[in-house]
Design a protein around this ligand. Structure first.
Ligand SMILES: Cc1ncc(COP(=O)(O)O)c(C=O)c1O
Length: 356
């Protein structure tokens, strides 16, 4: 397990391992945090489902009229709650390898079996195909669909989601559409538009707004479906109140902020890709990535993914081994986060080029 506390003590470290955002934040967001502190809002609890304005802004950001949002302690707090509440009625959870391991672990704790579909192949487009899903879906499944997919950077087209939804609807399955990286995608369709009665959408402020340490996210769904979760809220005393003020400020300046962020992100993806291409080993798997990260296949090299990461860490560049997100393929790839200062991407490039 990575020792994050030790990494936090390294002031010169380029944080390119957790898909967090490290640009100069919008001044409006910083001002909202300062104002909240000045008013000593930290002495209050927030409402159990979050501030009304924030909940409305999130629904509007997604463009899902008729849905409601429940604010959670990061997207992962929402995922934990979904898994806890839904587990007794589930036959299984279906997800991908590579993917993000936590929801599978959450339901597993409650005795629900987990099926992981392997998607590390160009033929599959590095994502879950409807054909592969058809082989494993059964009544009362929960499909945990990460889109864009951390760690590969693939995203689902509307027609692909339509085929997936057809299967989900026929099996009365719940789809949890994890949209943590949606704001980085070029064009993104919400499963909730196609399957409103069976979809819960999870939302995060950690990546696009760079609020990872403040722990703020949401679950969005139609009132009937969301009602199963709000009956017993996951954070009955409310999520971080100052974080909610910061998130409101961020959503108000979303357009210019995203323009800048996405520009930096693609520039950095270009730098990282060129560095990888100009060395004899490594291959960017999905280009362009729809997330703020790139997966780099290192197959055929004598080093393991963990060894590559260790070598870069010696150069003060933190990237992530695939082993964190993929039992089946983890030794074959590393992940490099790109919503960071361009000087960090250049440091990555220099360190990668120096690998022998
Ligand atoms: C796919 C996915 N879902 C959820 C999360 C957690 O997001 P949050 O920081 O909002 O809890 C992450 C964080 O890396 C993630 O990659």
């Amino acid at each position: 397990m990575t020792d994050f506390e030790a990494l936090l003590k390294r002031p010169g470290l380029a944080w390119m391992g957790q898909n967090t955002t490290h640009l100069e934040p919008p001044p409006e967001v910083v001002a909202a945090l300062e104002e909240s502190t000045r008013r000593r809002e930290f002495q209050f609890y927030a409402p159990a489902f979050g501030l009304a304005e924030l909940r409305e802004l999130i629904v509007a950001d997604l463009g899902l009229p008729g849905c409601t949002a429940m604010i959670t302690d990061g997207a992962v707090g929402g995922l934990y709650h979904i898994c806890t509440v839904q587990a007794p009625g589930l036959s299984r959870l279906i997800t991908t390898d590579p993917g993000w391991p936590w929801p599978g672990r959450f339901v597993h704790l409650q005795g629900v079996p987990v099926t992981t579909v392997e998607v590390y192949s160009a033929e599959a487009g590095y994502k879950l195909t409807a054909a592969a899903l058809a082989e494993v879906i059964e009544p009362r499944s929960l499909l945990y669909l990460i889109d864009p997919l951390n760690p590969l950077g693939s995203s689902y087209r509307r027609d692909e989601l339509e085929a997936i939804v057809e299967l989900a609807r026929a099996s009365d399955a719940i789809v949890v559409h994890d949209c943590t990286y949606r704001h980085f995608a070029d064009g993104h369709t919400l499963v909730a538009e196609l399957y409103p009665e069976g979809t819960l959408t999870t939302y995060s402020f950690s990546k696009w707004l760079g609020l990872a340490g403040l722990r703020l996210g949401a679950v969005v769904g139609h009132p009937e479906l969301l009602g199963r979760l709000t009956g017993t809220p996951s954070a009955p005393l409310g999520a971080n109140i100052s974080a909610q003020r910061a998130a409101i400020a961020g959503l108000r300046v979303k357009e210019p902020w995203l323009r800048e962020l996405r520009q930096v992100n693609s520039r950095n993806q270009q730098i990282v890709t060129e560095a990888v291409e100009h060395t004899p080993f490594g291959r960017v798997l999905v280009r362009p990535s729809h997330g703020n990260f790139l997966a780099v296949d290192i197959g055929g090299h004598r080093w393991s993914a963990d060894q590559v990461c260790a070598a870069l860490l010696e150069q003060d560049v933190f990237i992530r081994s695939g082993t964190y997100q993929s039992p089946a393929f983890g030794e074959r790839f590393v992940k490099v986060s790109t919503s960071v200062p361009t000087s960090w991407a250049e440091r990555f490039a220099a360190a990668w080029t120096g690998l022998r």
